[in-house]
Unconditional design. Sequence first.
Length: 329
Amino acid sequence: FCRVDPYGFERPEDFDYASYEAFFSRYLVVLTRRAIKWSKLLKGNNSIQKSLKVKRYIRKGIPNEHRALIWMIVSGAQTNMEQNPGYYHRLLEGEKNDKLLEAIKTDMNRTFPDNVKFRKTADPCLQHALYNVLVAYGHHNKAVGYCQGMNFIAGYLILITKNEEESFWLLDALIGRILPDYYSPAMLGLKTDQEVLGELVKMKVPAVAELMERHEVMWTLVVSRWFICLFIDILPVETVLRIWDCLFYEGSKIIFRVALTLIKQNQAFILEATNFPDICDKFKQITKGTFVTECHSFMQKIFTDPGSLSMTTINKLRETCREKLLSQG
C-alpha cells in the first residue's frame, strides 16, 4: 500500500487501507464517468458560463485535470488575473514589510509537516511557492496581511493549481469575496459565522444545541478550525476538494451545509456526551470514518440533510449575530 496519497500527504499509522480501497475502486468509476461529461462540456475551449447544468456538474465533482481551471473561472479569479497582468510579480518585486515576512517565515515549517512536497528536501519544494503567494497576498491586502490558517489554504491551492499566480488569485477570491471577513485581525466574520452555525443548529438539530448550552460549550471551541481551514486537515483530502468545488461556485453557505450535515448525521453519537471534554472529543471524532471518506455520497448528503438553506436566511442571521458580538464588545 502507498504510504503517501496522490497529493503528497503521508497516511496516518492507523489508516484503514481496506475500506479506502473499497471506496476508491467505486469512486474511480464515478470519476471516469464525470471526466467524460466535463470534457464534453468544456469542448476544448476552456470556458463555461454559470448555469444550472454547471452547478449540477460541480456538485457532482470536478475531475482533477479540470479542477484548477474551473475554480479559476467560477470564482472570478481568472477575470481578475487577466485584468491585472504582471500584478502578482510586481508585488513580489516591490518594497516588503519585514514584520509580515517574519510572520510568514515562522509558519513555513508548520505548514503540512505530513506532506512530502512541502519538505525542505523535496524538489521542487513547495515551501518557496507558498512563501511567495503569502508574501504577495499580504502586500496586496494590507488590511488582512497574514493570519494563521491562510498558509494551509494557500498550500492546498498550490497543490491543485501547481501555479503561484493562480493560487494568489484564488486566495484573493476566497478571502476577498467568498468568505466574509474571516482573516481580518478581529476575525469578526469568522466569529459571526460560528454564532450563525449555532443558530442554525438550534433550528435544525435542537437537541445538540441544547446539549451545548447545558454544558456551556462555546461553538468556537469545536468548529473554529472547520471555518478557518475550510476543513483542511479535518476531513479527507478528496472530500475537502469536493467541498471546495462547491465553495468556489456557490459561496460560503457550503461551509454551513457541511457543518450541519456532520452534526445531524452524528446527532445520536454527540448526544451520548455527558460533559464538556466529552463533547469536544465527539466533535473531533465525527470528522473521521467512512461517512466522510465516501466523498461522493457525503456531498449528496450535504444538499439534502440540512434541508433548505438560503443565502437570505444566512445573511439575516449574520446581521443579528454580528450586532450581538459588537454589543458584547
